[in-house]
Design a protein around this ligand. Sequence first.
Ligand code: URA
Ligand code: SF4
Length: 197
Amino acid sequence: MDQKLEIIKQNVVECTKCDLCKTRTNSVPGKGNFHSDVIFVGEAPGKNEDEKGEPFIGIAGKKLSIVLEEAGISREEVYITNIVKCRPPKNRVPTATERETCQDYLKQEISIIKPKIICILGNTAFNSLLGGSEIIKFRGKLVRKDNQLYFLTVHPAATIYNQELIKVLRDDIVKLFELITELKNNKDIQIDIDYTS
Ligand code: URA
Ligand code: SF4
C-alpha cells in the first residue's frame, strides 16, 4: 500500500475526533487499489464493517461486488471508502457534524489516489460532496466540480429489496467504466452537470 495512505489508515484507526469513536468496535478506513481510476464513496460502515474494520463487506458490499463483476471489474482493482469511517449507532445517518469532522480523511484519500472519477453511492455521499439530494433523479449523471469528475448512482443497500434499483445500479456501473475508458482514450465526454464557474 502507498505509504501516505498507510498513514491515513493508521490515523483513522486511532481517531477520536468525533463521538462515533465511543460506540464503534473498529474504525473502517478506505480499502483497495491506490492506482484506481475510481473511488467509490458510500455513507458509513454498518455492523459487519464495524466488526471487521473493512468497508462494504456486508450485504450491500456483496451487491456492489456483483455489479462490479458483471461489468468485468474486480474489487481489488478499485478503491472503496465512506463519508464517515466509524459506524453510527443503529446505522443512523451520520450527522452534519460527524461528516464534517471526518471529511479530511476522504480529502486526503482523494488527493493521494487522484481518481479520474469519484463514484458517489447514495444520498449521504451526494449531499456531503456536492450538496445534492434525491439521487434517484440524478443517478447516471456525470458532474464536474472544482476540476474533479463525479458520477452519481444509488447506494447498493437500496438495491437489496428492490429489483428495479439493482438494474439501475448495474446499468450505472457499466456506464461509469465506459466513461473511464473514454477518458483514458482522451475522448470528449459529456458532462451532465458542471459546477465550474
Ligand atoms: N454501507 C456503506 O455506506 N458503507 C459500508 O461500508 C457498508 C454499508
Ligand atoms: Fe474519527 Fe471519522 Fe471515526 Fe469520527 S467517524 S472518530 S472523525 S474516523
